[in-house]
Design a protein around this ligand. Structure first.
Ligand SMILES: Nc1ncnc2c1ncn2[C@@H]1O[C@H](COP(=O)(O)OP(=O)(O)OP(=O)(O)O)[C@@H](O)[C@H]1O
Ligand code: SF4
Ligand SMILES: [Mg+2]
Length: 345
């Protein structure tokens, strides 16, 4: 939360990213169509900043995150990453073998710490494994580094011999964080890291992530369906709908004065301590559209309370406004939408 975009370099540059999953049918499994899970997504993340990627379930957040890390192969687009040796690496065109050293620098924290941790490995093995894979062969050095990491994420080093089932959800997420940080990454992609946790535990983990960001100069791509979670954590916010970014801008501005009706609806569900800032809850009717058969025109039009005839046939393009604010809506300049924070200026 400290990056100054005027001086900090771009760490991650995602351009025109696409991921289409083929839909196969029949005896010969012929491809009959595509799920356009991520369709032309572009953004940059500056070193030290937190970009939140938000939107309802199924809008393409996880697929975007996974395509960036090549956990799924992108269908199109490019991902460039500034590596720790100062080289800009074209991640999308890297041979698979060459990805391994880069994995040290780009780490993933998962939503469900339980499923991402091997139940038969002790804490020492779990947190020490990435160190071993990346060449820390001395057992005593691994143990010392694991001990320091555990302390740093708020776990007692004497628990090192225990298995994950002995820990609570919040503690398991701390283990996941220690594992992700073991190799000193510069980019951490956190996919719904607190969604499975109780609200009180969520705050502790979010605070820990903020502290660690300062201490280890981390850059976060923070994926969440919950805008309340990203409110105090993000520098910028990108809102996704049906595989595309529909609004992106400085977090305080997006929260105070959203320009896309979808963002306004999502924000109306965020709890706000000051009732004077709170707009009326906008209930979104219907579900996120099926990315295999999107509505014509603006993909949001069947659910939009500001829809006009043009929206049903013509797809809006992403338009750029002040402070690099981007919005994909025909009516962005004429609508006056409600946010959840007082405007910052
Ligand atoms: N392996 C796959 N094969 C086919 N379709 C997929 C695959 N993975 C994801 N999808 C589809 O792509 C779309 C986007 O999914 P994704 O998991 O990226 O969404 P999300 O925004 O992360 O949702 P959630 O909040 O539920 O995690 C969904 O329609 C999903 O069904
Ligand atoms: S383009 Fe039309 S339907 Fe889409 S968000 Fe804007 S007003 Fe709503
Ligand atoms: Mg997801």
């Amino acid at each position: 939360m400290t990056a100054n975009p005027d001086v900090a370099p771009t760490l991650l540059d995602v351009s025109g990213l696409q991921k289409f999953f083929p839909i196969r049918q029949g005896l010969f499994r012929r491809t009959v169509g595509y799920v356009r899970a991520v369709d032309d997504v572009s953004f940059t993340v500056t070193r030290g900043e937190t970009l939140a990627l938000v939107g309802e379930s199924g809008c393409g957040k996880t697929t975007t995150a996974r395509a960036i890390l090549r956990a799924v192969e992108p269908t199109g687009g490019t991902v460039k990453f500034l590596s720790q040796n100062g080289e800009v690496i074209d991640v999308t065109n890297l041979p698979r073998k060459a990805l391994q050293p880069l994995r040290k620098e780009m780490q993933l924290i998962f939503q469900d710490p339980w499923s991402s941790l091997n139940p038969r490995m002790t804490l020492l093995d779990l947190v020490g494994e990435p160190l071993l894979v990346h060449g820390v062969s001395s057992a005593s050095e691994r143990q010392a580094r694991v001990e320091a990491l555990l302390k740093r994420v708020g776990l007692r080093p004497e628990y090192m011999g225990r298995y994950p089932h002995a820990f609570s959800g919040g503690q398991r997420q701390r283990i996941g964080i220690a594992r992700a940080l073991a190799l000193r990454p510069s980019l951490v992609v956190a996919d719904e890291p607190v969604s499975a946790l109780d609200v009180s535990v969520q705050a502790q983990i979010l605070n820990l992530l903020l502290e660690l960001q300062e201490e280890f100069a981390l850059t976060y791509l923070f994926v969440s369906h919950d805008l309340a979670v990203v409110k105090h954590l993000s520098d910028r916010v990108a809102v996704m709908y049906a595989g595309k970014i529909v609004e992106m801008g400085i977090a305080a501005k997006v929260f105070a004065a959203p320009q896309h009706p979808y963002t306004e609806a999502l924000l109306s569900a965020v709890p706000e301590p000051n009732p004077e800032w709170k707009s009326r809850r906008i209930v979104l009717e219907g579900d996120v559209p099926d990315p295999a058969s999107l509505p014509a025109g603006c993909a949001f039009h069947p659910r939009c309370r500001h829809v006009i005839e043009r929206c049903r046939s013509e797809a809006p393009v992403l338009q750029s406004g002040a402070d690099g604010h981007l919005v994909r809506c025909h009516r962005a300049s004429e609508l006056s939408l409600s946010g959840v924070m007082p405007p910052s200026d």
